[in-house]
Design a protein around this ligand. Structure first.
Ligand SMILES: [Zn+2]
Length: 218
């Protein structure tokens, strides 16, 4: 069961933004049972290739060739482009249908959590493009990436930046996909109509561990 609203917290001391609580295993399973059309492997590949190429070109300055693991590969654009640069592409995603879709396009794909992957030293590149901010414990994800990388391996990570004009514009027009008043595509794909809203925490985020253990999403 997925709650109809998502409460956002902002640390009064440092500005850190986070959700109040975590998805239960049942809610996660429901969310990951569906995939948005634009997240299906192959969707808008040519269009996204330009952005992907900028990422691959940058990574290729530090490492050439080897196995590239993209976590949360979505439409697969980054992996398809990395393959053109000579990397051996491999995908990891929590959605079974997405992993299956990538396999159909001839790319090795696994449906698993990064922290459970057993291939130490296997990868020359691990990309986490807008992934870490979705992980309940991003530190564990980075530790797993470190374990899975080979000696001279490279991590590529990107995440939203709320300290910029684009973000302020999204907020000003109530169009921010994180907490705007529109249905979030992920959960509506799973069949729930959801609107998100923001609240402000007055306590510093060091108290977060108290709410982390609470059943806020049950
Ligand atoms: Zn803080």
């Amino acid at each position: 069961m997925i709650a109809p609203t998502m409460a956002w917290m902002r640390c009064a001391a440092c500005g850190h933004v986070f959700t109040d609580g975590y998805f239960t295993d049942e809610a996660s399973a429901e969310i990951f049972s569906a995939t948005n059309p634009n997240q299906q492997p192959g969707a808008a590949f040519e269009k996204n290739r330009y952005l992907s190429a900028r990422i691959v070109e940058r990574v290729a300055r530090y490492v050439s060739g080897g196995c590239w693991l993209d976590v949360g590969f979505g439409n697969g654009s980054l992996l398809f482009t990395a393959e053109e640069w000579g990397f051996e592409p491999q995908g990891l995603d929590l959605r079974p249908s997405t992993a299956e879709g990538l396999r159909r396009l001839g790319v090795e794909a696994h449906c698993a959590d990064l922290t459970t992957l057993e291939a130490p030293g296997r990868y020359s590149v691990i990309s986490l493009a807008d992934v870490l901010e979705h992980m309940p414990y991003p530190g564990q994800g980075l530790a797993a990436a470190h374990r899975l990388l080979r000696e001279d391996g490279v991590v590529f990570a990107s995440m939203p930046n709320y300290d910029c004009a684009v973000w302020r514009l999204l907020d000003a027009t109530d169009a921010n996909p994180y907490w705007g008043s529109w249905s979030t595509s992920t959960t509506s794909a799973a069949g729930a109509s959801t609107s998100c809203w923001r609240s402000t925490a007055s306590s510093p985020c060091t108290t977060r561990s108290a709410s982390a253990t609470g059943p806020a999403w049950k």
